[in-house]
Design a protein around this ligand. Sequence first.
Ligand code: MRU
Length: 357
Amino acid sequence: MSDMQQVTHVQNIHYDKVEEALYIIDQTRLPGEEVFLRLETAEEMYQAIKLLQVRGAPAIGICAAYSLYALARQIPHGTAEEFYASLCKAADYLNSSRPTAVNLSWALKEMLAEAKRQLELPREELLEVLYAKAADIHADDIAKCTAISEYGLSLLKDGDGILTHCNAGPLATSRYGTALGPILLGTERGMHFRVFSDETRPLLQGARLTSYELQRAGVDVTLICDNMASIVMKNGWVQACFVGCDRVAANGDTANKIGTSGVAILAKHYGIPFYVLGPTSTIDMNCPDGAHIPIEERDGDEIRTMWYEKPMALPEVKCYNPAFDVTDHELIAGIITEKGICRAPYTESLAALFEKN
Ligand code: MRU
């Protein structure tokens, strides 16, 4: 894995077909440095996802799709069955990097299904089919984010205050993003919003990434600590909460960055609509409810020491560090997808999305 020079135009994931090389921006080094990493081995791809160098549910899926294509190119020559078995092994390995965001397994399954369909093709043609599939997943996410942004924008008025948690902007997806999409699209059209970005402890996605993306786009963004969401709501500064999602269960229960459910509970208290924005690839109809969503638990050192110049807790102190929580469907005013805005009862409105085609 090698560092590249700083660039001004930020593209979170890029597959260079001439070089046959996968590049990601290292999100852990933002906003201080824009450094691109070239991912070559399965271990580098796995670690990039696990360490959050690439993060955000759709971005993880896109990166995994290109990674699987890149790994397919490295499979030694053999029979079609041997090729497919090696591809499945590589997919299982990538899939084990993070458990909660369903886009990871979704994208890998899409790639494997395509490989299985075209397995009889000569190797070079099969590889091209896999590249096309990964590029398609990427292009499709751009289209989905654009549609989500339009639907989300239809819920906002000029001058609205919006509170968001974690980062669901272009870095976490492609182009506009999901939760930040309506804000960026509206801003492009001359609208003005006032955004409150939760800093999002412990990994600071709100401070490092959301406020960076919005500030660069010329949006009026104010960074707050997570425990300040209540006061800005009480002050009447927030007209809507927009958040992303990592997995939406069939009943509408939604896993998103740790702290999201607290925002939803506060929003309910203050009578503020709380919206979840995400593509249909984040909806897991095989998962009946939030209790069935696997929640990633991360190292306690992310709480004790990370981002501090020196540790802020005793090294031996116990920490509990779940990376996500589940927001109960009853707290959600709407789930905004590329196919439209779903309202309660979600068991019906989400199922209807998948009946449409
Ligand atoms: O741990 P992270 O940073 O990958 O968590 C990301 C989130 O929780 C995002 O809100 C979610 O993936 C939606 S991204 C459009």
